[in-house]
Design a protein around this ligand. Sequence first.
Ligand code: ATP
Ligand code: MG
Length: 469
Amino acid sequence: MGAETLRPLSKECYYTHPRLWLKNISSPQPREARTISTSPAIIPRAEHNISRSNISESALKVLYRLTQAGYSAHLVGGGVRDLLLGREPKDFDVATDARPEEIKALFRNCRLIGRRFVLAHVRFGREIIEVATFRAQHEAADGEGEGEGVMEDGMILRDNVFGTLEDDAWRRDFTVNALYYNVADFSVIDYTDGMADLKAGVLRLIGEPGARLREDPVRMLRAVRFAAKLGFRLHPDIEAGIHELGELLTAVPPARLFDEVLKLFQGGYAVQGYELLRHYGLFGYLFPQTEACLAEEENDFPHTLLLKALGNTDARIAVGKPVTPAFLFAALLWDPVRQAAARLREAGMSELQALQAASQDVISEQTRRVTFPKRFSIQSREIWTLQARLPQRAGKRALRLFEHPRFRAAYDFLLLRAEAGEDVSELAEWWTRFQEVDHEARLKMSSEVKGSSGKRRKRRRRKRPAASS
Ligand code: ATP
Ligand code: MG
């Protein structure tokens, strides 16, 4: 079966006859014969709203340099999608027929990254333009020795099978992510009917949803992320696919899930992302310990704390304030830590010891699912254990604590706990006041803390026998 017999496919066929759009995958024929030559919709400049003035200078430089060198180069992905929606793109992705080494040879400020998916990062100051070589579906190009692709149990392990612009369009995840802006004539190229889905506000997987989700289960998280960000709804096929295949997320390397979790929760729409993750039953695959707490939720506690933390994160991002995964994970995992610490206290540990041990346990359990890099987990642990030190303000303790590098985060966390209904409101107010007053008043506040004189006497009593022995 050659290109001719496949040409008259209607759009419906692509979605309902996966083998067809997968380009006659089992055929041993040469590649040309297996490629469906569909003609894309070309939307001329006059009929869309993408203007070069909204594209970053750096992205334009990359596009022009590649085309001047004789390669084909298009803007694709989130940049095109967001511009068409009248939104400001987070970043710009370029797709080209130049191979990674060829891209590297063209740009001095270029680094090749990734193994699963090799791409070029071209850096301009703080901006990075991602340049990817056109990819094909694995099946469409196997045996041709062009780049490499590795699959296992239907999951893509390496995605470096190079192809044409058209191949590249079909192997992308969602139709709205497969629109190309052609810098040569300023048109938009649409193979997958992405424009229609963009207008309808629908996220639709290209191809057969089950196969595409098996190939890369992270697409489930991407679907949720784009739905949260764009306010789009998921096509019922994806919903059904997620329902059936959610568990495949447990097979995704934890380091990749960490990246996705950050994109989900630090992109400015964390609340919505969280609600959708829970709605689709995916949250538990990422944070099983938190999910277990949510399942036996008392007084809405963890839910409230989480939602407030995520809401604060969104609000900070909206006004350009920095956010850190350390605080985010501290909030996401607080309830498991709190509950584990309570059990350890019952078994006889001090509050601080219990929090330290619980933090350790919860972090190592979490890391099995989603990597939680040490540089962040160390800080989260400090935020948690400082919760046990914040009530101890007697004498010089409050002043010392105030100097702690993690004090501010621990105090913010205390505020969050108070807001979420934990019994720490008075303590939180005390610390708020403490920061507002001058040094003298701080000393006075500390001396008035209940038990402050008692603590000092106790320490003196302990020292005396030591000195006399
Ligand atoms: P964002 O606004 O978050 O950058 P994006 O759509 O640009 O959204 P990227 O992760 O930057 O997302 O990826 C760029 C493009 O690469 C996507 O739009 C999509 O076409 C393609 N892509 C990325 N990840 C996948 C994937 N896992 N499977 C298939 N295609 C993907
Ligand atoms: Mg992008």
